[in-house]
Design a protein around this ligand. Structure first.
Ligand SMILES: C[S@@+](CC[C@H](N)C(=O)[O-])C[C@H]1O[C@@H](n2cnc3c(N)ncnc32)[C@H](O)[C@@H]1O
Length: 260
């Protein structure tokens, strides 16, 4: 893919594209995780921070006309139109109430790392589950991602961006806490699966990240973290044909609410 820095009209356009790429990279694993907990016709499922709605659309087919999907996000501008059994709602998971003991499955992907009161949100998600329901939370683990071998000048920029230090509320490693929080909350049948993939330019595997880099560069230059003269060098580095790097570890953590 050629260099695209400066060709986007605005940040929203980049974000829409990124959400599409995230879905292309992660949806197959997400769908396998939801199959693992037994998503089935007639179920009620809550999709938190739904983004483009790709997971909600898939869930719609799985729960069928007898089931319901509640697809929520604080910002619905990127959410696609959904079939009748999907209720799409603008909802702030931090500040708005959720139904109690309503859902067979509650799922969120790449959401809690962005939510400042994530520790308070987890019990809320558990309250929304019926007894016997499953909490399925997907989050990244960026520690190794930031430390991987890369050439300068991208290496330094990458370390800053992947540590999340430009956004004081983001915890890119919250995935590491989820199993512990599920255990402390009394969830049972705990399990985790994780994977790493090769990120390449010109395909969703890498572009979900390279687009974020492209979007972040003007702010990094403004903050003095990066030299203006390196802007094009860094983008050319990651978009060079044949470039490949490691993804973060993506972890899917499962816990089941006891049938008390
Ligand atoms: C990185 S995107 C992930 C989108 C989608 N889950 C996916 O994996 O394709 C994070 C999403 O969380 C949403 N979000 C962030 N804070 C939220 C909040 N307080 N309540 C609900 N949604 C929130 C954002 O609007 C965004 O759609």
């Amino acid at each position: 893919m050629s260099k695209r820095y400066g060709t986007h009209e605005n940040e929203a356009e980049i974000e829409r594209e990124r959400l599409g790429m995230l879905a292309a990279v992660r949806d197959p694993r997400t769908f396998a995780a939801l199959e693992k907990v037994g998503v089935a016709p007639g179920m009620r499922v809550l999709e938190v921070g739904a983004g483009s709605g790709s997971v909600s659309a898939w869930l719609s087919g799985k729960v069928g006309s007898e089931g319901k999907v509640l697809s929520i996000d604080i910002d619905l501008q990127f959410h696609a139109h959904m079939p009748d059994n999907v209720i799409v709602q603008e909802l702030d998971i931090e500040n708005d109430p959720l139904p109690i003991e309503e859902f067979d499955i509650v799922h969120a992907r790449a959401v809690l790392q962005h939510v400042p009161s994530r520790e308070e949100v987890m019990p809320k998600l558990i309250s929304a589950l019926k007894p016997g329901g499953w909490l399925v939370l997907e989050e990244g683990q960026f520690l190794g991602f930031s430390e991987q071998g890369l050439s300068e000048p991208y290496r330094t920029v990458h370390k800053v961006i992947s540590s999340g230090s430009q956004d004081e509320w983001r915890d890119p490693n919250f995935g590491l806490q989820i199993l512990d929080r599920m255990r402390a909350s009394g969830l049972t049948e705990l399990d985790v699966i994780g994977d790493v993939w090769a990120m390449r330019p010109g395909e969703p595997s890498g572009e979900w990240w390279f687009l974020a880099l492209e979007r972040a560069i003007p702010r990094l230059v403004e903050a003095g973290i990066m030299d203006k003269s390196d802007e094009d060098i860094v983008l050319n580095q990651v978009r060079e044909p044949g470039f490949v790097m490691l993804s973060p570890v993506s972890m899917i953590t499962f816990g089941r609410k006891p049938n008390s």
